[in-house]
Design a protein around this ligand. Structure first.
Ligand SMILES: [Zn+2]
Length: 349
């Protein structure tokens, strides 16, 4: 696995633009990871270090080969351990000599030790003489201590060092970090090239998939790799309305929670007269009550915040599906007894 699992043609123009315009030593790349943001950062770094002198990484020279093997001495990606695992990268020297790194839960943060090691690395001599690139992603995964450790390097970088900070939301970075970097935003690609690309990858009829992934092609491809199924997606509103948690129990808990949140989002949108974003309108119950959905939405948000706690994930999802069943119940669901009491006396048996 690599930081750029597939060539994404809509990144070509942004790469050319970046190579033509980028002059400073520190750049914030903002955009959506599901559109290929990290791949763009990786390609830009490879292009800077490529020894062919061409307008993009050639894929042939010694530098490109080392980058492809994740062994380039002058290119250092710094990612949270959870990302390293998801991308199939080894933790490498991030074991930080504690000896118990393997027993620790993988960190979602870019830890201060990672930043300090990267700063030390930046002061060593460039291995191939074309400078060095430090790629931090997602840069907002740096906590305040990590970010502060990086500040001095941003102010006075070692000679030839370039810093790339990838993030979906630059607003999450410290103002002191932002003010020391140039900023650039990756536009989301048009629909047509995304569909053509998905079709090239063997994913035809990707309407539901793209909707579920908010139009993000790389996310859609990854979801398909992980066994995402359109029929299961279409059935989800009905199954949750029936209190059936079985289809969700096969998913990793974060994925199950995200799908429930997407369903809840759409139900709330419809309840206030808006349009659903992820599901077909027809797949959702006809009449929805906002007051019933709000508590479910809160419970889901809380579960997402606490998903690292050692809950029994299966029980948690089951309970959230049952709350969803109640929340999705139609507005006119009045108990037969109450309905009888409300009937005019003359019609009573
Ligand atoms: Zn090259």
């Amino acid at each position: 696995m690599t930081l750029e699992p597939l060539a994404m043609p809509w990144l070509d123009a942004p790469l050319a633009q970046l190579l033509a315009q980028q002059r400073g030593h520190a750049l914030i790349l903002q955009g959506r990871f599901g559109d290929g943001l990290l791949a763009l950062g990786w390609r830009l770094a490879r292009a800077w270090l490529c020894e062919s002198g061409g307008p993009r990484p050639c894929g042939q020279c010694g530098s490109c080969h080392l980058a492809d093997q994740q062994t380039h001495p002058d290119l250092r990606p710094v990612l949270p351990e959870t990302w390293q695992l998801a991308l199939g990268l080894t933790a490498g020297e991030e074991g930080d000599g504690e000896g118990k790194a393997s027993k620790r839960k993988p960190s979602k943060d870019i830890r201060v030790e990672q930043v300090r090691q990267a700063i030390d690395w930046s002061h060593t001599t460039s291995g191939r003489g074309r400078g060095k690139v430090l790629l931090l992603s997602p840069a907002d995964a740096m906590n305040e201590v990590s970010a502060n450790a990086l500040l001095k390097t941003l102010e006075e970088p070692a000679t030839g060092l370039r810093l790339l900070l990838c993030t979906e939301d630059a607003g999450q970075l410290l103002p002191t970090i932002r003010s020391r970097c140039q900023s650039w935003r990756l536009p989301s690609p048009e629909d047509a090239p995304v569909r053509a690309w998905l079709s090239q990858q063997g994913l035809n009829d990707a309407d539901d998939l793209l909707r579920a992934c908010q139009g993000q092609a790389l996310s859609a491809w990854q979801a398909a790799q992980q066994g995402w199924r359109a029929d299961a997606w279409r059935a989800l509103p009905r199954l949750v309305a029936q209190g059936d948690a079985q289809s969700l129990s096969a998913l990793a808990p974060p994925d199950a929670l995200r799908q429930l949140q997407q369903l809840c989002h759409d139900a709330m949108a419809v309840a206030v007269g808006g349009e659903p974003r992820y599901f077909d309108r027809q797949a959702l119950p006809a009449r929805l009550r906002l007051e019933a959905l709000v508590p479910w939405s809160r419970a889901l948000a809380q579960a997402v915040r606490q998903q690292d706690h050692p809950w029994n994930a299966g029980l948690l999802i089951e309970s959230l599906v049952l709350q969803g069943q109640a929340a999705l119940a139609p507005a006119a669901a009045v108990s037969p007894r109450r309905a009888a009491a409300q009937r005019p006396a003359t019609l009573r048996p």
